[in-house]
Design a protein around this ligand. Structure first.
Ligand SMILES: Nc1ncnc2c1ncn2[C@@H]1O[C@H](COP(=O)(O)OP(=O)(O)OP(=O)(O)O)[C@@H](O)[C@H]1O
Ligand SMILES: [Mg+2]
Length: 325
């Protein structure tokens, strides 16, 4: 794909900060975050639990509850227009029509009292203004595209009657129903059994190709990124600490946090233990930290790291790292 300087990203976050008012003060869940995705590309966003990956994604779709949330700075440019400035009515149209999202836990995204068929065909009657009959047909087609056996039967069941993997397939069918330009997949396989995870990820990647979407793939698993994304953004405590194309990230990881994430990747025969190489946890987002947020867990931390926040700088073309080393 052509990614020369004149091709503009389809979606671009610029200096996004999303804060929440909490009893302890202000939770800076996302701080001065910039990332972008090109048409047809997969951008991986990786980081431990609590790093702000989902808050950033929900900010794109303007699904942050305000209050207690607040977009404190930045722009979200989708095909050149700033989504943060759109009236809610227009935003609702973009949501689902052009940018859609697959969540970690499909159960919470369904209404338990309606059948799959009812909920799925609503996507088409509401967004594409199809007749009830056409919508049912499109729904069955989408279920088929998501490799769901006997789709006509599945249309008649309720969400709880499906396995987790099947529910995730239905949710993907729903998200892709309107042929979005950008798909945000937020930990789409985390809640599933290991054997099903690979199947679902494979399905998402094939559908992504078939429908020609751009994708933001959010995960805490660098292993998933390695096989599916072209570029990666590594987040720590609400901030971007590294950005690179996949090859360069795996060949020359620049940030000690990225290196730690890599070391925690499961190896064959070893049980998976997340971040067993570094101690401690992500600092809570309301804590005010002067220097590098990772310093307290970093094996390489120096005096300067505790005093001065490192800025992102380029170490090679398209590869940026925020670290004093
Ligand atoms: N509505 C809210 N009110 C207050 N704090 C919130 C709210 N939503 C999120 N946060 C805080 O924002 C921070 C970032 O959360 P976020 O869900 O984006 O993390 P994440 O990187 O997606 O983690 P995970 O991998 O567990 O999904 C967390 O500390 C979380 O507690
Ligand atoms: Mg999340």
């Amino acid at each position: 794909m052509d990614r020369t300087n004149n091709s503009e990203p389809i979606l671009k976050l610029e200096d996004l900060s999303t804060h929440f008012a909490v009893p302890e003060g202000i939770a800076r869940a996302v701080e001065h975050l910039s990332y972008h995705v090109f048409e047809g590309e997969t951008l991986g966003v990786v980081g431990e639990s609590g790093c702000g990956k989902s808050v950033a994604a929900l900010s794109i779709l303007r699904l942050i509850p305000i209050p207690p949330g607040r977009i404190a700075s930045g722009k979200i440019l989708f095909m050149g227009q700033n989504l943060l400035e759109l009236p809610m009515k227009k935003m609702r149209k973009i949501r689902g029509d052009q940018i859609s999202m697959v969540f970690q836990d499909p159960m919470t995204s369904f209404n338990p009292v309606f059948t799959i068929g009812y909920q799925l065909s609503k996507v088409f009657t509401l967004h594409q203004k199809l007749s009830r009959k056409e919508a049912v047909k499109r729904s069955v087609d989408m279920l088929e595209a998501c490799e769901i056996p006997s789709p006509e039967r599945i249309m008649k069941v309720y969400p709880h009657q499906l396995s987790g993997g099947m529910r995730q397939r239905v949710m993907i069918a729903m998200a892709l129903g309107c042929n979005p330009t950008v798909l945000i997949a937020d930990e789409p396989t985390t809640a599933l059994d290991v054997t099903i995870q690979a199947e679902i990820l494979d399905l998402i990647l094939r559908l992504k190709k078939k429908f020609g979407m751009a994708m933001i793939l959010i995960t805490h698993d660098l292993g998933i990124i390695a096989n599916s994304a072209q570029r990666v953004v590594v987040m720590y405590a609400g901030e971007k600490v590294e950005e690179a194309d996949v090859l360069s990230l795996f060949e020359k990881p620049g940030h000690p946090y990225t290196i730690a994430l890599m070391k925690s990747l499961p190896h064959l025969g070893k049980t998976k233990k997340f971040l067993n190489e570094i101690e401690g946890v992500v600092p809570p987002p309301f804590r005010v930290i002067q220097g590098c947020k990772f310093a307290e867990r970093c094996p390489e931390a120096m005096e300067r790291c505790r005093k001065e926040r490192p800025r992102l700088r380029s170490i090679e073309k398209g590869h940026m790292v925020a670290c004093h080393l």
